[in-house]
Each structure stands twice: as structure tokens, then as C-alpha cells.
Ligand binder design. Structure first.
Ligand code: NDP
Length: 285
């Protein structure tokens, strides 16, 4: 079998075009959607992500601000700025770029974001809303994965979904969102015994480990939908996923490439959540 390639870049363009229309509609009504990105420390990858997010906002008609703090900034200083942004009516979404410097208590910083502006969906209240099945802001990456599955009409209900990875930002919310949609979900971690035994039974396989090419064709069921969340910078400077794309595409029914799969859709979902936040603020005003 030769898998159908699930084109995340094309889907992201569609989603962004829709966001642009909604942003323009709000701007006309006097409420241009606004996103503030808070970044602390000098992680070079984070700085690139933040710049890309700001560019995506400006391309979509969303106002954006970047609030940068040095590696030596204090946690209180950052929280104080977030509290100001919570009160700022120009800003509808606040994103704290992770990871924060090691000495920060990330949970405490994220908890200072107003729930109605938590467009990343990482605030504990939002996490709770996801657990109970009524997500306020579904986290962008797993939400993007759901959008990809929907776009390609991959059924979720009744299917066996295997999620490899249990991080708070990808694996766990991904598993909850699949469960909510009626999948039977298995979560695998670095402690799982015989990973292949589980992945081989997956109708939908979502991989988010940060381990390049760890999923090989022999670990995948014929015809499965394989979603590769991993983004790994290889020694030659190229990006690679967690799935061995060339061999797995011969066996899977559907597969996402890296780059051009989940990554661009994740950014589109951030824009989507920011517009949602602005529309809700407009409805409340
Ligand atoms: P984390 O490092 O936080 O989590 C990785 C998870 O993978 C852990 O739960 C770990 O298990 C598990 N894992 C590691 N090795 C194995 C293994 N050999 N077998 C089974 N499970 C394993 O990573 P993130 O979730 O933050 O990110 C994962 C990948 O996704 C990264 O490449 C990241 O760059 C990418 N990413 C992509 C995004 C996008 O937009 N496309 C957005 C966010 C992340 P354990 O808990 O036991 O250690």
C-alpha cells in the first residue's frame, strides 16, 4: 500500500484563510484580535517559534506583541507582566513560550494567565475542562491532529488509537481528545514494554517522542493512519520526524510528512484559538 500523504501545509492555508476572514470581521466591529507572546531566556529554537507566531498573526490580521525577558529575569517580573496583559483589552490571547528557564515554576507562571486568554490551553482550569470533555481552548498541537484526521475523513469513533508520548502539551491532551471522540486509546511511554506490540495494533498512531525515526514500518499496521508530531533537527541541519517516513508510507493508509504535517496546523490552531478568544470577548462586551 502507498499511503495518502496528509498535507498539513495545505490544511493550514485553508484554516488561516478562514481565520483571516473572521479576524477582518472582528476588526471591522472595532475588536481586532490580539495575541501577546511572553518569552523568557535565550533558547534559540523558542525565539524562532515566537517570531514565526508573530508573523503568522500579522499575515492573518491579528495584532501581536512579543514580551521578551532575559535569562536572568525574575519569575515575579514575568508574572506581573502577564497580569498586566490579563487586564489589557487589546489582548485576547496570551501565550507563554515553553520551556521557561529551569529555575521558573512553569505551572505557577501559566496559572497567572487569565483562563479566558489561555489560548494554548495549558492553564490547569483549561486542562480540567479538557478532561471533562468540554475543552475551552483545546491545546493547539493535538487539536491540529484532530483537524488533520477530520480533513482526511479518518474515522476516530470505535478505532484503536495509540499515542506514543505522554507530555502535558502533546501526548496526554491528544489521548483525551481521541477518547472524547470515541476511540479506544492506548498511551505508550519510554517505560512501555514491547512498544511494537502496541503500535502494531493501532488504527490511528500518533507519535510525539522527539526520537527521530523511532517508528519503523514493522511497527505499523497495514492501512493505519500515522501522525508524526515529532520535529527533530538532524546533524545535517534537516528536520526529521519520529517516524521513518519512507518505509512507513509503503505500509500505512495515511501519513503526515515532517516538515509540512502537524507543525503548520499547530500554528493555524493558535490563530484559531486567538480569534475564538476575541469573539468571546466581543460577545461579553
Ligand atoms: P517530551 O520530551 O515532553 O515528551 C516525550 C514523550 O515521549 C515522553 O512521554 C517520553 O516518555 C516518550 N518517549 C520518549 N522515548 C520513547 C520511547 N523510546 N518509546 C516510547 N515513548 C518514548 O516531548 P513533547 O511531547 O514536548 O514533544 C515531542 C516531539 O514533538 C518533539 O520532537 C517536539 O519537538 C515535537 N513537537 C511538535 C509540535 C508541532 O507543532 N508539530 C509541537 C510540540 C512538540 P516518558 O514520559 O516515559 O519519558
Amino acid at each position: 500500500m502507498n499511503a495518502k500523504i496528509m498535507d498539513g501545509s495545505a490544511l493550514a492555508r485553508e484554516l488561516r484563510a478562514d481565520c483571516k476572514i473572521r479576524a477582518a470581521g472582528l476588526t471591522e466591529k472595532g475588536m481586532q484580535p490580539g495575541l501577546a507572546v511572553v518569552i523568557a531566556g535565550d533558547n534559540p529554537a523558542s525565539r524562532i517559534y515566537v517570531r514565526n507566531k508573530a508573523k503568522a498573526c500579522s499575515d492573518t490580521g491579528i495584532y501581536s506583541e512579543i514580551h521578551e525577558f532575559s535569562e536572568n529575569a525574575s519569575q515575579d517580573e514575568v508574572i506581573e507582566r502577564i497580569q498586566e496583559l490579563n487586564r489589557n483589552s487589546r489582548i485576547h490571547g496570551i501565550l507563554v513560550q515553553l520551556p521557561l528557564p529551569r529555575r521558573f515554576e512553569s505551572d505557577k507562571v501559566i496559572a497567572s494567565v487569565a483562563v479566558e486568554k489561555d489560548v494554548d490551553g495549558f492553564h490547569l482550569y483549561n486542562v480540567g475542562s479538557l478532561v471533562t470533555g468540554n475543552a475551552i481552548f483545546p491545546p493547539c498541537t493535538p487539536h491540529g491532529v484532530i483537524k488533520i484526521l477530520e480533513k482526511y475523513s479518518v474515522p476516530i469513533e470505535g478505532q484503536h488509537a495509540v499515542v506514543v508520548g505522554r507530555s502535558n502539551i502533546v501526548g496526554k491532551p491528544m489521548a483525551l481528545m481521541l477518547l472524547q471522540r470515541g476511540a479506544t486509546v492506548t498511551i505508550c511511554t519510554s517505560k512501555t514494554r514491547d512498544l511494537a506490540e502496541h503500535t502494531h495494533r493501532a488504527d490511528i498512531l500518533v507519535v510525539a517522542t522527539g526520537k527521530p525515526h523511532m517508528i519503523t514500518a514493522s511497527m505499523v499496521k497495514d492501512g493505519a493512519a500515522v501522525i508524526d508530531v515529532g520535529i527533530n533537527r538532524m546533524p545535517d541541519g534537516k528536520l526529521a520526524g519520529d517516524v521513518e517516513f519512507e518505509s512507513v508510507k509503503e505500509k500505512a493508509g495515511y501519513i503526515t510528512p515532517v516538515p509540512g504535517g502537524v507543525g503548520p496546523v499547530t500554528i493555524a490552531m493558535l490563530l484559531y484559538n486567538t480569534i475564538e478568544a476575541a469573539e468571546r470577548a466581543y460577545a461579553r462586551a
